[in-house]
Ligand binder design. Structure first.
Ligand SMILES: [Zn+2]
Length: 355
């Protein structure tokens, strides 16, 4: 792997800094065991005010996301396909932090690959959709699948699923059914069969609506296994699960060993490129945009005291000009043990490369 090229790459410079993103105080349920958000995680520890959250702890989580994504992004960029720049941007997401007093400004890549950006998306989704979702009665979580497909068939499969959802939605509207909800698209890779598994998780109101959607789905995809479809009651955990934005890039091989298969991840990233992942329907009219702002500034109480200093990413932490490390994050053995598999038995030429 040649990292020299990546290291020479620089972002086009922007000289404006917008004062935007701050994770708002969550107005939602306790998350149970899903420490997605710093704020939520902290609330569980008994802080009532998000401003009490330790800045270093938050930045350590960011370091962890960045480290994880970086390992994958550099391999993806090395494929040198039409998405190379997209992957490079993910590699360089949050590479430099500009600290002014206790505020830190960073540049975000807005890539779906990037866990640093995905954590922010998750926060946006939770904050945007929780109230409309909570207005639905008797919520059900529905999982809809189609038979696994090859890399080449994935884009068409996604289009067919999209078409099916649109027609089911039209049908429900014409029948004046009282329905609404959210639908999330996911794709996982099965390393044993070398196939892709596109599926949707849907939260909707009432068992009747869930059953109706399911039966209409089976009419449109008669080859889908009825057993693979699922309806269950919604709990707080499944709500959070729906909003988790991170793409599941880890697959298990025939021995159950976890690995990240680079070419299949590329296939998934390209298939999802510019597609909406979370889509409201029926009575939920509000749409929360999935893009995130490029420049974001937030305050981090408890970080080292400087009036103005830059921190640059080195391996797994940010370092300043005095050689001081910002977070002290050290990747766990478990994270380092996840194998990254760059060569795969088949080629994954994609039918519809992005423009
Ligand atoms: Zn990013």
């Amino acid at each position: 792997m040649n990292t020299a090229n990546l290291k020479q790459f620089t972002f086009p410079s922007k000289n404006t800094t917008k004062d935007i993103f701050t994770v708002p105080a969550p107005r939602i349920f306790d998350t149970g065991n899903n420490p997605i958000l710093d704020t939520l995680a902290q609330l569980r520890k008994g802080h009532s005010n998000p401003s009490e959250i330790n800045g270093i702890e938050k930045l350590t989580k960011r370091a962890k996301s960045k480290y994880f994504t970086g390992r994958i992004a550099i391999e993806l960029a090395d494929l040198k396909n039409s998405h190379e720049q997209y992957y490079r941007n993910a590699y360089y997401c949050n590479n430099t932090l500009l600290q002014i007093n206790d505020s830190v400004t960073a540049k975000y890549c807005n890539s779906r690959l990037c866990n640093t950006c995905n954590r922010i998306r998750t926060a946006k989704m939770i904050n945007g959709y929780t109230i409309p979702l909570n207005e639905l009665n008797d919520k059900r979580l529905l999982t809809l699948t189609i038979p696994n497909v090859s890399a080449n068939d994935l884009p068409d499969a996604l289009s067919l699923m999209q078409k099916a959802f649109r027609s089911i939605n039209d049908l429900m509207r014409k029948r004046k059914m009282n329905y609404g909800g959210l639908r999330k698209l996911e794709i996982t890779y099965n390393a044993v069969t070398n196939t892709f598994h596109p599926h949707s998780h849907i939260i909707t109101n009432g068992e009747d609506n869930a059953n109706f959607i399911l039966s209409e789905w089976m009419k449109r995809f008669p080859k889908a296994s009825r057993k693979a479809q699922d309806i269950r009651e919604v709990n707080e955990g499944s709500m959070i699960e729906l909003f988790k934005y991170a793409t599941k890039v880890v697959s298990k091989d025939i021995n159950g060993t976890a690995g990240i298969y680079i070419k299949p991840v590329d296939v998934i990233m390209r298939a999802l490129y510019k597609k909406r992942i979370i889509q409201p329907f029926g009575s939920i009219k509000k749409y929360v945009p999935e893009d995130i702002e490029e420049l974001q500034k937030q305050s981090y109480p408890g970080i080292p005291e400087y009036d103005c200093i830059e921190w640059h990413w080195q391996e797994s932490d940010w370092m300043n000009e005095y050689g001081e490390l910002l977070t002290g994050y050290v990747p766990s053995e478990a994270v380092q043990r996840i194998k990254i598999i760059s060569d795969t038995r088949n080629s994954y030429d994609h039918k519809a490369p992005p423009k």
